[in-house]
Write a protein that binds this ligand. Sequence first.
Ligand code: 164
Ligand code: MG
Length: 370
Amino acid sequence: MPIKQIKLHKLKMRLNDPFTTSFGTFQDKEFFVTEAVDDEGNRGFGESVAFTSPWYSEETVQTNLHVMEDFLIKTLQENKIEHPDEVSELFTPIKRNNMAKSALEGAVWDLYAKQKNISLAQALGGKKTEIDVGISIGIQPTVDDLLQTIDHYVQKGYKRIKIKIKPGWDIDVLREVRNHFPDTPIMADANSAYTLKDIDHLKQLDDLNLTMIEQPLEHDDIVDHAKLQAVMKTPICLDESIHSLSDTRKAIQLGSCKIINIKIGRVGGLTEAKRIHEYCKDNGIPVWCGGMLEAGIGRAHNIALTTLPQFILPGDTAGSSRYWERDIIKPEVVVQDGVINVPDKPGIGYDIDDEALEKFAVDVKTFNFN
Ligand SMILES: O=C(O)CCC(=O)C1=CC=C[C@@H](O)[C@@H]1C(=O)O
Ligand SMILES: [Mg+2]
């Protein structure tokens, strides 16, 4: 699948609304659309997910650019790739920087699927033709705002509601939510806002029939989470702690969690995401596909991954309009009654809106291959 050229389109897009988590609030999103072109003119696309500040992980838009242009693209230029699974192997000597790796690997996967004239879902081995999705709601100004926002999305049929929590905005708020929505699948994402000192406080969550509590403790912990899971009925789901199949194996063996949130960028790409999926399937661990407020290309990759069988819980892949007035793909991702129909066109299955790509681009770098 010889690549002739890689392009890094740096985009800046404004979210419809500010997004608040236990770390803070932002509304402008900068990221890279990666483009891999072959000598037949096929174009494969990926999308980076690191934010402009290192609050979710150690990576940022700037570190992604540095590692892609100074290391990863060189590695792709120096090696002939026959299958996208080879990319993560080639990138192994470069430590961590998973989001940079994933952004480029995603473009290679999309290019490969287009060259084979199959959908990305088929290339990954996925069989589902539609996927159930939930929605993630950032921290709201008041409980009433939260209840109204939840009601809006429950009426739209989203299959699960994810609520951000942090000390001072947790048990009472969730109790209020549960009173208003007694039968709706509800989960909470703490983004590492608690420690084991909060163990008794967190155990109150067990009365609220949550589907899970996501990443309650430190962003790189699996030992304390095992201690917490041992005394909590509510399943713990790990997000930030899981960067690889190796982390997954250790977390499952230690009993640190009962559910894994797989984010393609966080684990270094689709090949590693597939490996984590297979391990969880073999060990009876449900997985779901997390989100990083992606634009349409990242959303399309998440949809393709979610067609694999162990993605049995609704993920965070909402419709494009959840975040964007205008997306960079055509058609946009649409959710109907909490369901997305998986596109069966070659590759990611959505066309790139080149006009939108140009409109939101603040810089484009081109790397030619010999
Ligand atoms: O992309 C989406 O719709 C979900 C986004 C989301 O919930 C998150 C994105 C990034 C960090 C966190 O705030 C949170 C998460 O941890 O899953
Ligand atoms: Mg999370």
